[in-house]
Design a protein around this ligand. Structure first.
Ligand code: UDP
Length: 316
């Protein structure tokens, strides 16, 4: 397969590109390096089956003779990153998604769009099934991301309906692992960095809000399986783990793994921060017979080990 991965130097994109190359596919990765890091694809650059293009997806996509799959994974994805780049976030999921869909259509390729559990907003249905329409504040501080992804989904649905494009959506729930940036503000890199530098953990609110954390290798396996099925029963699936934990439990687990006492600096809960989140994974189990299998403590231990090395070098 010849594939295009947008956001290839980012957290998920780099793991996805690596897995595709490892499976024998030929990959072009594109990234404008605004939140990605070339270090994430450095080992891949040695492969003859990987080509890296430094560019903004919105400015145009590379030319291809043949192309079989487009994975649109470019987007700021952490609350800090999309708050710093709100227009870029809106653009890469709207114009960027349209460019990816048009390219896929022109080449007869399949499109896999990285959407998010944020399309459910602060959910009133729990756990969240794919049929739930969500509870999103369209003008809140997270809306540049949530609504951009919802618009991206509408584009994908339109390309399917109007042009019969084989376009699919993965709604990705909280995922963590190596290649996250130390300062992207998400809970796992924040707590790990704080544990390693002897700082107290910045817990927002009382830490009782929940998330379900998926280790990146499991997630990528699910994406690849979904992308390779010829006619899946569903073209939109939740992907993630349904091991739901409180933020305080995440803090406690990371403190234990790092061998530091749990010290907490309480900060206000950000506006529109979802109080609970857990995917209903019935659909993905039926379609793909897939489930996340890495226990949280094990995935966090591997992530901690990676951060220890990364913090002593230049990246992260
Ligand atoms: N969070 C926290 N301290 C931090 C960063 C995040 O308590 O330093 C909380 C945040 O309020 C949220 C949860 O952890 O309830 C997950 O936040 P993250 O930014 O990782 O992802 P998202 O909110 O997009 O699910």
């Amino acid at each position: 397969m010849i594939a295009l991965v947008t956001g290839a130097a980012g957290f998920l994109g780099s793991h996805l590109a690596k897995a595709l190359v490892a499976e024998g596919h030929t990959v072009t990765g594109i990234d404008d390096l605004s939140t990605g890091d070339l270090a994430n694809v450095a080992p891949l650059l040695e492969s003859e089956r990987f080509r890296f293009v430094e560019a903004d997806v919105c400015a145009g996509l590379p030319a291809f003779d043949a192309l079989h799959a487009v994975f649109h994974f470019a987007s700021p994805a952490s609350p800090i990153d999309y708050a710093e780049r709100p227009l870029e976030t809106l653009r890469v999921n709207s114009l960027g998604t349209e460019r990816c869909a048009s390219l896929a259509l022109a080449k007869g390729a399949r499109l896999i769009y990285a959407s998010t559990s944020e399309t459910y907003g602060d959910p009133l249905e729990h756990p969240q099934r794919e049929t739930y329409w969500g509870n999103v504040n369209p003008i809140g501080p997270r809306s540049c991301y949530d609504e951009a992804k919802r618009y991206g989904e509408a584009l994908v649905a339109t390309f399917r309906r109007a042009f019969a494009l084989d376009a699919r959506i993965v709604r990705i729930f909280n995922t963590y692992g190596p290649h996250m940036r130390r300062r992207d503000g998400r809970v796992v890199p924040a707590f790990i960095t704080q544990a390693l530098s002897g700082e107290p953990f910045t817990v927002f609110g009382d830490g009782s809000q929940t998330r379900s954390l998926c280790y990146v290798n499991d997630l990528v396996e699910g994406i690849l399986r979904f992308a390779s099925v010829d006619s899946p029963a569903h073209w939109l699936v939740n992907l993630g783990s349904d091991e739901e934990v409180t933020v305080m439990t995440i803090a406690r687990t990371i403190a234990e793994l790092a061998g530091v006492p749990l010290r907490v600096r309480s900060l206000p809960l950000p506006e529109d921060d979802p109080k609970q989140r857990r995917p209903d994974l019935t659909r993905v189990r039926d379609v793909l017979q897939w489930r996340a299998h890495t226990p949280m403590a094990e995935g966090l231990a591997q992530t901690l080990a990676w951060f220890k090395t990364a913090l002593s070098t230049t990246h992260a």
